[in-house]
Design a binder for this molecule. Sequence first.
Ligand SMILES: [Zn+2]
Length: 262
Amino acid sequence: MLISVLVVLVGLAFGSFLNVCISRLPGHDSIIRPRSRCPHCQRLIPPLENIPVLSWLLLRGRCRGCHQPISWRYPAVEITTALLFLLCQLTFGITRVGIFAMILCFLLLGLAATDAETLTLPNALTYPGIAIGLVYTASIPRAMISFRIADVASSIFSAIGFALLILAIRWIYLKVRHVEGLGIGDAKLMAMIAVWMGPLLTAEVFFIGVFAAAIYGILLLITGQNRGMQTQLPLGSFLCGAALFVLFQGQGILKWYLQFFH
Ligand SMILES: [Zn+2]
């Protein structure tokens, strides 16, 4: 119980840092310096107004200087990070897998929020994500070094395979529709997910993510919010959401699906 409280507090702190990443990485700004300022009046935000969730609630979502609204994204990302960390701890424990799962959740949530807000998937998240994913794969306990090498090789091949799949779809889309339906960032994101999850679970992520994005697109059409099929969908957000779902539920779905082939 105490450990769960600690995990939630650590999650809130990482969520607060993730907010800085989401705000600054798309503009290639440093995430370390300078200190956070109000985007409206440039006032420095003192530490007491920077406490995750609590400050936002106490300030009623407004800057104390200029009373302009502070985006609900800040508390939402902090709470979501804390809940994901807690879920990791409850599912995997404070183990090697549990800690790596928290890192993956952090990256996926950051990418999902950045894509939703700016339609970009920063390399500053996907590249380290691929590298840490390889470390994770190499750290899986194996009786022999050759199995470890096979694990890493399989991760790399899955990553290349899924990146090529996205690039192929992107190329066909460009030829047929003459607009960019998918970005290079989506290919890097799928490579990252494939490194962590391997080919089967990544295939699951792909189908769930694309299906969810398609439903969202159809809903936009029906409700008339889509301006002539040109509205860009943050596909990356849906893929990240699907990856988070598969991280906790994927094995079960895979087992259920595979039973039909026995
Ligand atoms: Zn302000």
